[in-house]
Design a protein around this ligand. Structure first.
Ligand code: GUN
Ligand code: ZN
Length: 441
């Protein structure tokens, strides 16, 4: 299959292509996986134009096509991180405390420094570099309450050419004075950022109330108003991560039936809504997310680090009423920006709930499934003609321990499991964004 013709020279990557042609939670995982052992991915003008075996496609390549051979490395769609806080990168790995105390002690002080645009720009740049070093090409990103933190992030993303979702955090109560907005200023600042950035190139805006504790009902209403009055916006927030948090939400919103109902009442539950964590939720909430096409972001390294609890992944994706789920690193509570590390920890969390996450299911959650959770599956998350050319190349010989284990692998599934269990950013040989190599070779 081929996309529209063009005169720009093409680039073709040769290697072991791994992507999806189905959902591994709805069919045998090995059948959902598409593998081309000696494959070729042809890209032009930022899009993938052809995918198939090297033998079949090589003969038809135009003479000026640049072919890059990656040997036995895997070529995957770029990873997608569905929940991460860029301003928290400086406080990753901060000792002690669970959610609410950890926010007070580490998060709020560092986020306050983002009133300075120079801080925001430097951290945004370093953060994007780290994401690309981990093979992640799209993320749903929390900025801080300051407009300039969003400005800095989108400007850096635009410079690199990545497709990013981001937004200004809304917080009008239960936060330090220097981190609070008001219903009106939060609305106005968000509206101005939406006008400036939403749909500009590859950038997308997410209305971002931090969580129910730090927004008044009026601010949540205003967030709903933004969503109703602008097309295609995202909404991101946290839900049911920690038991003390949940108690506080019940105290602050006694009239609401559940934590999710707080958001639902304000019109914040729908397609392109992304709820981080959702550890302590029940069947009613899963059903509501299913019927509204909202997404949950599973953040295993964060949930283990803060001692928040175990996400019930297999309940969430129950085929009778599957909820859209992607993986999130949730840095700074998360302990790595690597989706390989996050997949490995998702496996361990599932083990603790009595289920074994198949490596194809884990890769799906970090790529095609994440794209579907964001309603972006027609653009990113798989390797197919017409998709945006965001790719990462995975080297299973990056260091001796993984290399000796990889040498014993008898299938691509086994190799994926080794990569997600032992691998990290060292295994990212290169990262491609819109058909350009932005990291590695
Ligand atoms: N809940 C509200 N804010 C945050 C945050 O910054 N990190 C995490 N993990 N949970 C939150
Ligand atoms: Zn978070």
């Amino acid at each position: 299959m081929s996309a529209s013709p063009s005169t720009a020279p093409a680039t073709a990557l040769r290697g072991r292509v791994v992507t999806f042609r189905g959902n591994p939670f709805e069919m045998p995982p090995s059948e959902a996986l598409y593998v081309e052992e000696d494959g070729l991915v042809v890209m032009r003008d930022g899009l993938i134009t052809q995918v198939g075996s090297y033998a079949a496609l090589n003969v038809g390549l135009s003479a000026d096509t640049r072919v890059i051979s990656y040997g036995d490395a895997l070529i995957s769609a770029g990873f997608i991180d569905t929940h991460v806080h860029y301003p928290q990168m400086p406080i990753i790995a901060s000792w002690g405390e669970q959610l609410l105390e950890w926010l007070e002690r580490y998060v709020f002080p560092v986020e306050a420094t983002f009133s300075d645009p120079a801080v925001a720009q430097a951290v945004a740049r370093a953060f994007l570099t780290e994401l690309l070093r981990s093979g992640t090409t799209t993320a749903a990103v929390y900025c801080t309450v300051h407009s300039q933190s969003v400005e800095a992030f989108f400007a850096e993303s635009e410079r690199v050419g990545t497709r990013m979702i981001a937004g200004k955090v809304l917080m009008d109560r239960n936060a330090p004075d220097n981190l609070r907005d008001t219903v009106q200023s939060g609305y106005d600042d968000s509206a101005a950022l939406i006008d400036r950035w939403h749909g500009r190139g590859r950038q997308l805006y997410a209305v971002t109330p931090r969580f129910a504790i730090t927004s008044t009902p009026e601010q949540l209403e205003a967030a709903g108003q933004l969503l109703r009055t602008h097309d295609g916006l995202f909404m991101q927030t946290h839900i049911a991560e920690n038991l003390s948090e949940i108690e506080a939400v019940h105290r602050l919103f006694p009239e609401r039936a559940s934590y999710l109902d707080v958001y639902d009442h304000a019109g914040l539950v729908g397609p392109r809504s992304i709820f981080g964590h959702a550890i302590h939720v029940g069947e009613t909430e899963f059903c509501r997310c299913h019927e509204t096409h909202a997404a949950l972001s599973h953040c295993p390294t964060s949930n283990l680090f803060l001692g928040s609890g175990l996400f019930r992944l297999f309940d969430a994706v129950d085929p009778r009423r599957p909820v859209r789920v992607g993986l999130g690193t949730d840095v700074g509570a998360g302990t790595s920006l690597s989706q390989l590390r996050t997949m490995g920890e998702a496996y361990k969390v599932a083990q603790l709930t009595g289920r074994s996450l198949h490596p194809a299911q884990a890769l799906w959650l970090a790529t095609a499934g994440a794209a579907r959770s964001l309603h972006l599956e027609d653009r990113i998350g798989t390797i197919a003609p017409g998709m945006e050319a965001d790719l990462c190349v995975l080297d299973s010989h990056a260091f001796p321990l993984i290399s000796q284990r990889a040498a014993r692998c008898e299938s691509i599934e086994e190799l994926l499991f080794v990569l997600m269990t032992l691998g990290d950013d060292r295994c990212i040989k290169s990262t491609w964004v819109s058909g350009d190599c932005v990291l590695g070779v």
